[in-house]
Write a protein that binds this ligand. Structure first.
Ligand SMILES: Cc1cc2nc3c(=O)[nH]c(=O)nc-3n(C[C@H](O)[C@H](O)[C@H](O)COP(=O)(O)OP(=O)(O)OC[C@H]3O[C@@H](n4cnc5c(N)ncnc54)[C@H](O)[C@@H]3O)c2cc1C
Length: 463
């Protein structure tokens, strides 16, 4: 009988949250994604408040044969948190965070941003490893892997995931952990949104309070020296140091020195997640061999402050074009290619970052989680970014040209959260390597019809 009822009316009766259709005043705001380059128009947006809402929305979408998208923080580059003409299961109202200081664990609802969690854990002198922009959704970041300032010391975000509550394609609610549905738990740790709608996560947190953190910028003429020194220093640096190297531009705004506004630059941005004096001394060892920077703003700050450092520069709605790669080594020739390509950046915000994938990440076996490229040394991202939609083609052209020039130095796959949806055939398989077949088998068990396909998609293994 339900099939004869209009889906929006049916869902409104069943849900405690909000159901938004294209004729509602809230629709334009509700459909917007973080990446302004993506313009999707779903038929229904189901803003869920609890697991029962998620089950109702999923059942409605599935029974009506609608395309389903799952939205956590809405930050995904290609906008995989939404879809055209389908149903979006939007978790952004599910925001609870509960810290258990005794076990140092944190229960996080799937609509939280990493800033929501940092706020809650900081009060207890704890932190969970997330990314470097605090408005990013915990759900998509975690399910893809999760890298950030704490990665070298505590591993990827998934290495700190203890369990996840999830609504499956058939509407069942289960908990996945080492002891319950271990195959599903394995796949969730890197396999993205392929297996169901995660409604909450349980994370291990770690003691974290004041850190020695911030950015250091050099003129682009010193980029070769800085990138080489960073590359050579990192393997012997204490794992307390989470620091990435990047090719960027000095923003044309206060408090940056006006003489350098708009000038290309090389940056190291880091957080020493240990005693402040120790951090200053470790960074001193790196800096002593390098030319004087334009500015060195590393200093003592609360951990959530470094987590949110980039937030003001990247408000919602900018144009973003992403390209990624895993990187094993960074020979001098590759550094020169980076510098030449970055010199041509199409806008002030466009950047290249190399995030460390070492330390604790390397201590987890490659087949322990779906995220397999644990022998990489960096995860590279090239991002063409600008406020103006008319620049979109220039951002794409630059990103593709840069990636084509540097990819021969890199590994075959990339971090799935740094990819658009225009990757060549086989890139997803390459990113999961020897774990891909096992992922396809788990997909066949939990989602044989590929209901969850608005993602970096893993096809169910043939029966
Ligand atoms: C400014 C910026 C900075 C970033 N920095 C980092 C960083 O430092 N480290 C890092 O690792 N990544 C980083 N990322 C990448 C980020 O991890 C991805 O964009 C990720 O997809 C964002 O998750 P989300 O929940 O906000 O995305 P959404 O767009 O909501 O969803 C992304 C994908 O995850 C799936 N998904 C979302 N929620 C659920 C759920 N509850 N259950 C099942 N599937 C779900 C969706 O189906 C979709 O495929 C950054 C992104 C941006 C835009």
């Amino acid at each position: 009988m339900t099939l004869t009822v209009e889906p929006a009316a049916q869902l409104r009766e069943q849900m405690r949250g909000v159901v938004i259709t294209p004729t509602d005043a809230a629709y334009e705001e509700a459909r917007q994604l973080y990446n302004g380059m993506i313009d999707k128009r779903p038929r229904l947006i189901a803003r869920c408040l609890d697991v029962a809402d998620v089950q109702a929305a999923l059942t409605c979408g599935r029974d009506q044969g609608m395309l389903l998208a799952i939205r956590g923080g809405g930050h995904n580059g290609p906008g995989l948190g939404s879809c055209d003409d389908g149903l979006v299961i939007d978790l952004s109202l599910m925001k609870s965070v509960r810290v258990d200081p005794a076990s140092r664990t944190v229960r996080v609802d799937a609509g939280c941003t990493s800033g929501d969690v940092d706020h809650a854990t900081h009060a207890f002198g704890l932190a969970v490893p997330f990314g470097i922009v605090s408005t990013t959704g915990v759900a998509g970041l975690t399910l893809g892997g999760g890298t950030g300032y704490l990665t070298r010391k505590y591993g990827l975000t998934i290495d700190n995931l203890l369990e996840a509550d999830i609504v499956l394609a058939d509407g069942r609610f289960v908990t996945a952990s080492q002891s319950e549905h271990p195959d599903l738990f394995w796949a969730l740790r890197g396999g993205g949104g392929n297996f169901g709608v995660v409604t909450s996560f349980l994370f291990q947190a770690h003691p974290m309070d004041t850190v020695y953190a911030g950015p250091i910028f050099w003129e682009a003429t010193h980029a070769q020296a800085v990138m080489r020194a960073y590359r050579d220093f990192l393997p012997s640096a204490p794992e307390e140091l989470g620091a990435f190297v990047g090719l960027k531009t000095v923003p044309s705004m206060d408090p940056f020195p006006t003489d350098y506004w708009g000038r290309r630059a090389c940056a190291i941005v880091g957080s020493y997640n240990g005693p402040v004096e120790e951090g200053a001394s470790v960074m001193g060892r790196l800096l002593e061999s390098l030319p004087p920077p334009i500015f060195n703003w590393m200093g003592a700050m609360p951990f959530p402050a470094i987590q949110a450092l980039f937030d003001p520069f990247f408000p919602k709605g900018l144009q973003w074009y992403w390209k990624g790669d895993f990187v094993k080594s960074l020979p001098d020739e590759a550094i020169d290619v980076h510098i030449a390509q970055a010199a041509d950046a199409p806008s002030e915000l466009s950047l290249m970052h190399l995030y460390p994938i070492d330390g604790a990440v390397h201590r987890v076996p490659k087949d322990a989680t779906a995220w397999t490229t644990r022998d990489a040394t960096w995860s590279m991202v090239i991002a063409g970014i600008d406020a103006h939609p008319e620049q979109a083609d220039r951002l794409k052209t630059w990103g593709r040209r840069y990636w084509n020039a540097i990819h021969p130095f890199n590994l075959a796959g990339a971090y799935v959260n740094f990819m658009m949806d225009d990757e060549v055939q086989g890139r997803i398989q390459a990113s999961y390597g020897e774990n891909y077949q096992r992922l396809a088998s788990v997909k066949a068990t939990y989602d044989p019809q590929n209901l969850f396909r608005v993602n970096q998609n893993i096809l169910p293994a043939a029966a």
